[in-house]
Design a protein around this ligand. Structure first.
Ligand code: NDP
Ligand code: GDR
Length: 361
């Protein structure tokens, strides 16, 4: 365990503007940390998820600070690390969309694989190996093509996308720097986790948002890809607590965080529609399959093959026994609660949109 100054609790979160970054920042602030986040420069606002945490830098005793940066820019990362000297780094920044990684494989590798190396090297260059704990956001996508059910820390990896392959490098370079330089560097191998602030193009949020917009009359049809993929979906709030626990362990190690339950995209659609009192019946097969509202007879789900992936991950279900036994981590929220919470949030948003409409510039 690095000789940390016990008074300093300074976290650096890359990817602070994302789903997990926002929840983790809020959680660590609640624990008394000073939290620094790296955000990307953008021509439009990209801080909506953390705006409620904003503190006026002109006021005294500011504990939440954001800095411009990018995982593809070593000089920027080294300078920020030198200024902040974090006691804990959570590397959450990534091009995190699996389908997009087939469109932008080189960029995905640069940010998601070499980006991890850049941060680890920054720690070494600055001689911070003994003062900084490092968390790497690894993923169940490492398992890819099913080798074992359920998947745990010892299950062989077989990634199925440029994203998964880039994250494989991130996983192993973290293990290597731990072994080579004695750094406290740990991987959380997290299975899918969702929330009302999940990005709108990931399937759970796409479904809850789409169902809500159909319900209020803003849209008619939800277009999806593979309905039979199965995922182990948990709640993001439980998982960010797990990230923190991984860095508080006596020694650096790698941990699976998962619920141990798996459901198909199809089941997720049925549950979301059930939340607003509709039953979906499935008709037809293959790309012609449709989901029909049992009462009105309207087609509410269609297949769009552009959402199929060149190589798919069919089934993920995790075994988080190691995290339960060694860290005392287990998820507190159920999948049913997650769907209720996401639907309530998206319905409220859809109703607002229905009243106010789209603004023109
Ligand atoms: P999001 O896509 O919501 O957030 C990703 C964050 O990374 C955003 O803040 C994004 O910035 C930032 N980012 C992307 N590219 C760069 C870059 N080149 N330089 C700096 N920042 C960048 O992801 P999640 O919050 O869901 O996931 C967090 C991490 O955990 C990711 O690494 C993801 O791969 C991994 N993961 C996620 C799981 C999940 O189910 N959610 C499961 C397992 C792993 P911007 O807002 O500007 O786009
Ligand atoms: P995933 O999440 O690829 O597991 O990666 P996503 O929600 O994108 O897909 C889950 C499954 O649903 C199928 N699917 C669709 N997916 C999307 N996005 N859009 C659709 O219209 C659609 N229709 C069917 C997909 O084919 C897939 O099988 C997420 C990300 O957060 C990663 O960063 C993270 O590492 C993993 O979870 C664990």
């Amino acid at each position: 365990m690095p000789a940390q100054d016990s008074k300093r609790r300074i976290a650096l979160i890359t990817g602070v503007t994302g789903q997990d970054g926002a929840y983790l920042a809020e959680y660590l602030l609640g624990l008394g940390y000073t939290v620094h986040g790296i955000k990307r420069r953008s021509s439009s606002f990209n801080t909506a998820r953390v705006d409620h945490l904003y503190q006026d830098p002109h006021a005294g005793n500011v504990r939440f600070l954001m800095h411009y940066g990018d995982m593809t820019d070593s000089t920027n990362l080294i300078r920020l690390m030198q200024q902040i000297r974090p006691t804990e780094i959570y590397n959450l920044a990534a091009q995190s969309h699996v389908a997009v990684s087939f469109e932008s494989p080189e960029y995905t590798a640069n940010a998601d694989a070499i980006g991890v190396l850049r941060l680890l090297e920054a720690i070494r260059i600055l001689g911070m190996e003994k003062e900084t704990l490092f968390y790497q956001a690894s993923t169940s996508e490492l398992y890819g093509l099913v080798q074992e059910i359920p998947q745990k820390e010892t299950t062989p990896f077989y990634p199925r996308s440029p994203y998964g392959v880039a994250k494989l490098y991130g996983y192993w370079i973290t293990v290597n720097y731990r072994e080579a330089y004695g750094m406290f560097a740990a991987n959380g191998i997290l299975f899918n986790h969702e929330s009302p602030i999940r990005g709108e193009t990931f399937v759970t949020r796409k479904i809850t948002r789409g169902v809500a917009r159909i319900e209020v009359g803003l849209e008619q049809t939800l277009y999806l890809g593979n309905l039979d993929a199965k995922r182990d979906w948990g709640h993001a709030k439980d998982y960010v607590e797990g990230m923190h626990m991984i860095l508080q362990a006596d020694k650096p190690d790698d941990f699976v965080l998962a619920t141990g339950e798996t459901r198909s995209v199809r089941e997720m659609v049925e549950l979301a529609f059930a939340e607003v009192g509709h039953r979906v019946e499935w008709r037809g097969t293959g790309v012609d399959e449709t989901g029909v509202d049992a009462k009105s007879g309207k087609t509410v789900v269609k297949i769009d093959p552009t959402y199929f992936r060149p190589t798919e991950v069919d089934l993920l279900v995790g075994d988080a026994s190691k995290a339960r036994e060694k860290l005392g981590w287990k998820p507190k929220r159920t999948f049913a609660q997650l769907v209720v919470e996401m639907m309530a949030s998206d319905l409220a948003e859809a109703k607002r949109d229905a009243v106010h409409g789209k603004r023109s510039i």
